[in-house]
Design a protein around this ligand. Structure first.
Ligand code: TRP
Length: 333
């Protein structure tokens, strides 16, 4: 059977609603790169998700392009994996409509992210913000993805996707593959440098390292990173959240184990430790920044990548959508 020989398929996406961060790299992109060998990977720039909150059009366009350049600079290989922009493949919106008719209002009302975001954007709670998990389900199901690498905050959305798919299959037979959420372990949780109780987030730019930050910016941000009143470099997330976060970052950037890093800095204060973390991060980000900047100047290349990515994606998406339209009773044109 064809399916037993097929590599398992992965789908994931990041919104171009801000610049990519060290958190996006360590929590997502790094494992996306590693999965390219073993899996058949489809990686998306989900610009349609980004407009669930108001965006500046010129900025959105620039960031989507920059994100593509950074995907490639991080090691996503457009020959191996499908890299594309969501709005280039119309089947996402089309399937989302159908799936919305198989999703309960109550289910969407229970989504924690919706509850949070509707508080943050209380003056603009749109239907798009509410139905966003349905669009995400369409993203995943169009490609018959077996697994979806996501941060813990997206697990509920992947579970809803499974519920919708299971319900649809229950009515019409096996149409969709049921996807598993896949939460990468190591380095998955990078916290804010200024506020180590919170996740590193672009909304707090001084506590956040961006992949395109200059070495000077990175050194400054680590210099100001919150630690504690002790002097020992020890991993203790509850007692020493700031230092533990710096250790996590140091280990993820340098490939060392926590034990090795603790030993390396034994007897040395934060005045030595913090610049060393900054250097490890710069060693990681500088080659990415240089390659992404180079690619950004080559628009023809980037356009070629997103066009061929969209073509390959659309071929897969069209097959699923055709099946769905037939099942629900639409006349084939
Ligand atoms: N909602 C995800 C986020 O904000 C992004 C996303 C959209 C996504 N569609 C997806 C992630 C499909 C995984 C699979 O992080």
């Amino acid at each position: 059977m064809e399916s037993s020989e097929r590599k398992k398929r992965i789908f994931s996406g990041i919104q171009p609603s801000g610049e990519l961060t060290l958190g996006s790299y360590m929590g997502a992109l790094k494992s996306w790169v590693n999965m390219q060998e073993e899996y058949d990977c489809v990686y998306c720039i989900v610009d349609m998700h980004a407009i669930t909150v108001r965006q500046n059009p010129a900025e959105l366009r620039r960031r989507a392009m920059a994100q593509l350049a950074q995907y490639i600079a991080c090691g996503l290989d457009p020959e191996k994996s499908i890299l594309f922009i969501q709005s280039h493949v119309p089947q996402h919106a089309e399937l989302a409509w159908v799936l919305g008719c198989y999703t309960q209002f109550g289910e969407l009302s229970r989504m924690t992210q919706f509850k949070q975001k509707s508080q943050q954007h209380a003056d603009n709670i749109t239907a798009g913000l509410f139905t966003y998990p349905v669009l995400m389900a369409a993203d995943i199901l169009l490609y018959q993805a077996d697994a979806v690498p996501v941060g813990a905050d997206q697990k509920q959305h992947v579970e809803l996707c499974r519920d919708i798919a299971g319900r649809f299959n229950g009515i019409y037979g096996d149409v969709f593959t049921l996807p598993e959420p896949f939460i990468p372990r190591m380095g998955a949780r990078i916290m804010s440098l200024g506020n180590p109780e919170n996740k590193m987030s672009k909304s707090d730019p001084e506590g956040c390292v961006f992949l395109m930050d200059s070495p000077e910016d990175i050194r400054r941000k680590f210099k100001r990173a919150v630690t504690d009143s002790e002097t020992s470099v020890r991993f203790d997330p509850a007692g020493k959240p700031g230092v533990s976060n710096l250790l996590t970052i140091y280990c993820a950037a340098s490939g060392r184990t926590v034990e090795a890093a603790e030993a390396e800095f034994a007897g040395q204060g934060y005045g030595v430790f913090k610049p060393a973390v900054a250097d490890a991060v710069i060693a990681l980000t500088e080659p990415i920044r240089a390659e992404a900047s180079r690619l950004m100047k080559d628009r023809t290349y980037l356009e070629g990548i997103y066009r061929s990515g969209a073509e390959r994606a659309e071929q897969l998406a069209r097959r699923t959508l055709r099946k769905v339209y037939k099942k629900v009773g639409f006349i084939e044109r």
